[in-house]
Design a protein around this ligand. Structure first.
Ligand code: ATP
Ligand code: MG
Length: 820
């Protein structure tokens, strides 16, 4: 049974039925099950039935002029419901009008009469019959009912304004209901609430309770309607705004077009195209597209637009898939490396090995090399040459003085003017994802409150994790594993151990005179001639002149000053050529002072005479190896040891150890132990203004003290280095090659070394091995004995004047910290 709203105006068959006034307490009625609708007392409801049995029930009732019972089905889906499928409270009703349609459908109007309850179902063949009783209404307090009636009326007034399914007529009918009971039933019948709640309202005989329930249902409905109206209003305004923006933007476009200005939408289209072309990984592309979507909704003149645009610009311009093809012809690569740099066999071999492996296995990870050596030995220029040999792009990132982590890893995009870090910048500049990136001067990294750039480098330089390097600005990972990283440093000490651990260290200790000569002739000279617009028809610099430059005008491990001096010679010639001088100029040794002024380094620092208490030591500094002198003297006074010359703690302690060793072994040195009681000893290490530290001057100080107390002079042209222990063992030192090169430059002909350093001498240049005698000792006593002349010097004896093999010497003029 369904409610049929079309049934407003019955046309065909009308049967007037008078409402029966007399009601009996118990009555047997035919029962019509209702689906989805409820009939309340006093209300007229149109209904429709299709079922033949039910149609007969209606016929029957009409004919007999009897009432029928109307009960809601518990489950609306159920066909032919039985007694258990119906609620037990319903409404009695009488049929007013009926229409029968040709297809068997019956439509009729029914008038609700009273609330009834089923007492029991009686036997019946075609339709349900039941004995029912009327539910008498419980009226309760009239005042309360009146109050509730008013509340319901006012709620209805508001509701009519909001609910689209209720109209003003409904409101009028509602306020015209003459009793609270009729009002309640009328409203319940028309309200859009669940059918179960309607049934509850029907089943409630207590009027006040019923009114209360209805009122709360009304309020709930009101709340829902108000909320949905709000949502609709909001959606409407949002739509309105975006439509308005769209229209304005379109107008702006049109205006700009008229004015001949650029079109902003081209930005979006352009990025769309660039994203496609950049072949970025899928995950990055998702990010880029999201950003592009954001951009397309922004006002192009806003600051935010610029930020978003710059970000996209970075994303699309990174070399996600661009790479240069490696030149894998080893012979050609070797030729290029040899063309640019003399010697440096180890480094060149390492590069060629990498290329060889790369040839056999395409996706090999880039190595991370670290070139360590004094200034001017060609670390930086070697990097460039490697890139050239491999056919890769090259970029240099100078780390010197860098203190801010963001320089490596970038600033977060929330910062104004944020940028990616230097690594990502380099990649963009190179335009390929497999360039050679040189991280120059990694030993000069700083750190402060802005973070520690070294820790950011850890990720960059770890082959295991740099395939997903994350820059704070980009926020998407970038694969650095194809990049060949080369770092450079002057010395290893300041590099954090964890960082050192990640790199393959290749030492470039410095050059001997012969090497310098060769490099000058093959590389520096031609380079300088070319830089000055000259060629070999204008100028030759004789070998003797270059030797003079190396000997007397420079004192360095590398080549920078030598190159500068050569440049100034060439410059002088260039000036003459420019003023019209036609003949070829040849510069020989004797011309050098005329052109460059007096020689800068004299030969007089390492004494050619055996002296007491003055010992040349060897130090290792950031500019390579250097000579370092230890002077010891004594005077009458309280037993004391004074140390001067800006010595660090380690160096002071090794001075004290040396002193204790000499005192405790006085008899072995033939020293009278008594003299220590009345002497004050002073050790000084010039240059006094340069801070010095490190344990390797131990043996030098011990020899100085032993020489002082025994009166035996130190052998001339002998230098030494080595750490000592209190027990008199001689321990190995670092930077051996650099130190030997310094000794070689200073003209020393014998160097005293710890036995354990013997293994480090295998790779020494032949030139050094030839000109310097190396003496190895493992205990201090024999070392000291060797270093000193056999006989004590008599007090007033003059210098022996013994000729020595010293080639040249000079006081150290460096100011960097020395490690002895
Ligand atoms: N073995 C070599 N063959 C040819 N030229 C060299 C060689 N070593 C160095 N040079 C030249 O010496 C100059 C200085 O080199 P470079 O600037 O690379 O030094 P560096 O080791 O990077 O020094 P620093 O530690 O001060 O940065 C360059 O012009 C370079 O070409
Ligand atoms: Mg450099």
């Amino acid at each position: 049974m369904k409610q049929n709203n079309e049934f407003e105006d019955p046309v065909i068959d009308t049967l007037e039925k008078e409402k029966q006034d007399e009601t009996t307490d118990t009555n047997v009625l035919p029962i019509l099950p209702l689906k989805g609708t409820i009939v309340y007392p006093y209300l007229v409801v149109p209904l429709m039935i299709q079922d033949a049995d039910q149609a007969r029930l209606v016929d029957d009732a009409l004919m007999r002029g009897s009432r029928i019972g109307l009960f809601l089905q518990k489950d609306a889906e159920k066909e032919n419901p039985g007694p258990d499928d119906l609620y037990d409270v319903g409404c009695s009703g009488s049929i007013l009008k009926m229409l029968r349609f040709p297809d068997g459908t019956v439509r009729f109007l029914i008038q609700g009469l009273e609330r009834i309850r089923v007492k029991r179902f009686t036997e019946s063949e075609r339709f349900l019959m039941a004995e029912v009783e009327v539910l008498p209404e419980i009226i309760g307090s009239k005042v309360k009912a009146e109050a509730l009636q008013r509340s319901i009326a006012s709620a209805i007034k508001t509701l009519v304004g909001l609910a689209p399914y209720l109209n003003e007529e409904f409101h009028v009918s509602a306020i015209n209901q003459d009793t609270p009971s009729k009002l309640t039933d009328f409203v319940a019948s028309n309200l859009n609430i669940p059918i179960q709640r309607k049934q509850q309202l029907l089943a409630e005989p207590d009027l006040l309770k019923r009114m209360n329930r209805l009122y709360s249902a009304l309020n709930k409905e009101l709340e829902v309607l108000e909320l949905s109206q709000k949502i609709q209003a909001k959606a409407a305004t949002e739509l309105g705004k975006s439509q308005r923006d769209y229209i304005l933007r379109e107008q702006l476009k049109a205006i700009k077009k008229e004015l001949g200005d650029g079109d902003d939408s081209s930005d979006v289209d352009e990025f769309e195209e660039k994203i496609k072309q950049s072949h970025m990984p899928e995950s990055v592309e998702t990010v880029a597209r999201k950003e592009l979507d954001r951009l397309s909704h922004m006002n192009p003149s806003s600051a935010e637009y610029t930020v978003s645009r710059t970000y996209l610009d970075w994303l699309v311009s990174l070399p996600w898939s661009n790479a240069t093809e490696d030149k894998l012809d080893l012979r050609k690569a070797k030729k290029i490396l040899d063309e640019d740099h003399y010697n440096l066999v180890k480094v060149k071999d390492r590069i060629l090995e990498y290329l060889a492996v790369r040839k056999l296995k395409a996706d090999v990870k880039g190595p991370i090399l670290c070139f360590v050596g004094p200034p001017g030995v060609g670390k930086t220029s070697l990097g460039k040459s490697i890139a050239r040999a491999m056919g890769r792009e090259f970029s240099r990132v100078s780390l010197g003085g860098m203190r801010d982590e963001a320089e490596i890893r970038g600033h977060r995009r929330t910062y104004i003017g944020a940028m990616p870090g230097r690594i990502i910048q380099s990649l963009k500049k190179c335009g390929t994802h497999n360039p050679v990136i040189m991280l120059d001067e990694i030993d000069k990294l700083g750190s402060d409150f802005r973070g520690d750039p070294a820790s950011a480098l850890l990720e960059v330089l770890d082959p295991e994790q740099n395939d997903s390097f994350s820059d704070h600005y980009l926020e998407v990972p970038f694969d650095l594993s194809r990049v060949m990283f080369i770092t450079t440093a002057n010395w290893m000490e300041p590099i954090p151990a964890v960082l050192r651990d990640r790199m393959e260290v290749i030492r470039i200790p410095g050059y001997t005179d012969l090497e310098k000569l060769a490099i000058s002739e093959r590389h520096l000279m031609p380079k300088q001639l070319e830089n000055h617009g000259l060629n070999s028809t204008h100028l030759t610099i004789e070998e003797s002149a270059i030797k003079t430059l190396i000997d007397s005008y420079t004192r360095e491990a590398g080549l920078r000053n030598l190159e500068r001096e050569i440049a100034s010679l060439v410059r002088k010639v260039a000036r003459r050529v420019a003023t019209g001088y036609k003949q070829k100029i040849t510069i020989s040794a004797k011309d050098v002072p005329k052109l460059l002024g007096p020689q800068k380094y004299s030969r007089e620092a390492v004494s050619r005479h055996a002296r007491v208490g003055i010992v040349p030591g060897l130090a290792y500094t950031s500019v390579g190896g250097e000579m370092l002198f230890v002077e010891a003297t004594s005077m009458r006074g309280k037993r004391a040891l004074t140390l001067t010359g800006q010595l660090g703690d380690v160096m002071k302690e090794s001075a004290q150890a040396a002193m204790s060793f000499v005192r405790s072994n006085a008899p072995s040195f033939n020293i009278d132990p008594e003299i220590f009681e009345e002497l004050e000893v002073h050790i000084h290490v010039p240059a006094g203004a340069t801070p010095k530290d490190g344990p390797s001057a131990g043996i030098t100080m011990m020899v100085a003290l032993a020489s002082l107390f025994t009166g035996r002079a130190v052998k001339p042209c002998l230098a030494m280095t080595g750490e000592i222990t209190l027990r008199g063992n001689l321990l190995p030192i670092g930077g051996l090659k650099e130190k030997l090169l310094a000794a070689y430059r200073a003209g020393i002909d014998t160097v005293l070394l710890p036995e354990e350093n013997r293994k480090d001498t295998t790779e020494l240049p032949r030139e050094i091995k030839k000109s310097i005698k190396l003496k190895f000792f493992s205990d201090c006593l024999t070392a000291v004995d060797y270093a000193l002349e056999k006989k004590p010097k008599s007090k007033n004896s003059k210098p022996t004047g013994k000729r020595t093999a010293c080639r040249k010497t000079s006081p150290s003029k460096r100011t960097s910290k020395k490690r002895a």
